[in-house]
Structures are given as structure tokens and as C-alpha cells.
Write a protein that binds this ligand. Sequence first.
Ligand code: HSE
Length: 437
Amino acid sequence: MKKINVGLIGFGTIGAGVARVLLENRQVISDRLGAELKLAGIADLDITSDRGVKLPEDMLLTNDVNALLGNPEIDIIIELIGGYEPARSFVSRALQSRQSVVTANKALLAKHGNELFALARENRVDLYYEASVGGGIPIIKVLREALAGNQINSVCGILNGTCNYILSRMGDEGADFTEVLKKAQELGYAEADPTFDVEGIDTAHKLAILTSLAFATPIAFDKIHVEGISGIKPADFAFAREFGYKIKLLAIAKKRGDCIETRVHPTMIPENHMLAKIDGVFNAVFVNADALGPSLYYGQGAGMMATASAVVADLVDIARNLIDKSMQRIPDLGFQRAAVIDRPYRPMSEIISQYYLRFSAHDKTSVLSRIAGILGENGISIASVIQQGRSHNGDTVAIVMQTHKAKEQDLRNALTEIDQLPVIAAATAVIRMESDL
Ligand code: HSE
């Protein structure tokens, strides 16, 4: 039986999962592939810790990455070290040596994906990346292959399990952000340094990739407006419930005409929308396509075996291309190169949304009319208002409004004015509301 040799760089949790899947599911993989997918070598700085996987005796375990990179015996390199460097150098070297690469590294692709895809094309090898978005959910394959007959109108997703876990618990328990984050860290759901997750950067890395796949445009992480979840208060969940909404950190990519809109921010979505029902560490992507209509892809967005499942699926796809000598059969972003063009991005100031506004006001007469007046002067129409009873811990009260659709810049102008009023005690909290995803 033909053998395809695989070299793994990075023997952490996901790497150990990949080794387990390759070894434990060897038979089903070769039944599907018609060839053996052989784990020929692993490189990691630490080659002594026990990862709970019984590695074959003839397999090379080394802390010298050069034993794998450029080795003509190794057909496919798996990069699982994460981060920008040395991942970028390793992947570049592999591609230049005509080794195909599988990576789970969204940060790397969000920043250097265009250059790495070009290298893969020049060297007629494949660079696959299913595990980079949504962990085990095969969303890359969906956008690149399964929806090839569709124009995509929008892609919206819950792409970060840490944030979804925190928001779900805050919503269920009325708990504070810091308290839930601490619990998530204790349970191993959140990193010791959670900045990339809770500030929306990890979600934006993933959205940059999905946007390019959906709309045939080079990866452009810098075009994404990013806001995280650390400013959301328990009171916002209570008010959201009164309006019939849930709060999620959403990645949103829409195309209107030729113009793309990409943003990551806490979002109120109607509680009967499918995305509102995604709780805990799970991920989901909601795609609106012209022929298929709406569809939802749901599953484990992270974790050892789920992510390994996606990595191994990529290995099988590449191995099939190697056997058929059809590298680059599926274009990196699912579109022929000439069709992948720079497109205009709508500036955030131009987006149209409904808004949830929570004003902290001193409990004085005519506050409500002054706020409403300024909103009206800026063309913002109020859909509903909730005024909380008197505060027991001072003289501030929460006044909460839901607006009709308005332009972001008009809202910003109004809030700049409102937040300067002497009757306003703190900056107004704003959460965008999306009803037509
Ligand atoms: N840290 C991510 C999450 C998983 O919490 O979903 C890797 O992207």
C-alpha cells in the first residue's frame, strides 16, 4: 500500500490529539484514502513529557525541526505551534521545499495568509487550514467546496468558545465578567492571559479568513472593527432578556453590492434566532447563501480531539491530491486567483444597526426628554424605553433604550453630546442589535 509520510511540528495538546487520531483510526483512514497516512516524525522543544500517546518505535521524535522541514521523505508538514514566529518561517520553508502544509494557526493566516498561499501556489503544493476556524466544525470545506454554487450574502459566527462560555454564564447566573472569567480559567476554558480571546482578536482572526472565503477577496484582518466582551455588565443581560434578546460575541461579514462589512462585537440577537441558542464553549457559523438559503454549522470550536479531527481531514485531502498528482486542485480560498480581488470595505461609521443604549443618569427631572431630544436631533428614532426604579446606592438610575435602525456615525454624534450632559453620570453603554442576520 502506498505510504504518505507526515511530519508534525508542535506536540502540545492538539499535536497529541493528531497523533492519537492517526494511530487509533489508522484503519478507517486507509480504508478511505487507499494509502497509509504515516506519522513519520514529531518535532518539539520538549520531547520528554508524557502526552498519553503511545508512539510507534520507528517514529522520529526530535527537538530539531530541520529533521522534518525540507526532508524529501516527509510529504506533509503539520504546523501546530501557533503564533506568528517561528510558525511563519517554518511554514514558508516547508512550502519552498515543496512540502504541503496543514495548519491550525488562525493568527498566522490572518496576518500572513496571502503571502503563504502565494508561496504554496508558486511551489505547486497545498496549504490547508480547516482547524484554524471553528475547531472541529468543517466550515472551511463548506465555504470552499460545499457552497461552490452559491453567492454568499453573509457569514455570522460565534467563533470563540471562551467568550461564549463567559457570556452564557453571565446570562444564566447574573454573574460579573471578572468572576466568570476566573472560573473559566480554573476550569481550563480560558487562557492564563485571556486578552486575545476576550478582546475579540481571536474571533477577528477567524473572521478575516471566513470573509475571504465568502467574498473572494485577499485576507484583510486590519479592515475588521473589533470590540471585546470585557465591558458587558450583568444588568445588560437582564435588559436584553426584557427586550427578548441574548448577548453573543458575534463575528459578522456581510456583502451589500460590492461592499463588504466586517465586524466583531458583542451583539444582541433575538432569543429565537438559532445563534442565540448556542451556549457554553460551543461554536457555530450561520451562513446565508442565495441558492441554499440559511444554514447553521455547529460543534466544538476547540479542544484536543475536535481540532485533531479537522487536521486529519486536511491530511487526507492533501494525500488524495498527492496520489492523483493534483496539488492545488482546490484553490486556497475556493476561487480562481484572478477572481480574488480587493473590494471596498464599508467604514464602521457608515454601518446601519439597531442599538441598545444604557444611560447612567442622575435621577433629576427632564433627563429623559433631554436624551430623547438629542437622539432625535441626530436622526435616531427610539423604539422602546425602560426606566429603572430609583437606585439604592446613590442617585443614578439606568435608562435603557432600544433604537430603530440608525447610522453608526449619527449615534456616535448623539452620544458625544449626551455623555457631556451634567445629568449623565458615566459613559453610555452601547450594544448593537442584529435582527436580520
Ligand atoms: N481560544 C479559542 C477559543 C480556541 O476559546 O475558542 C482557539 O482559537
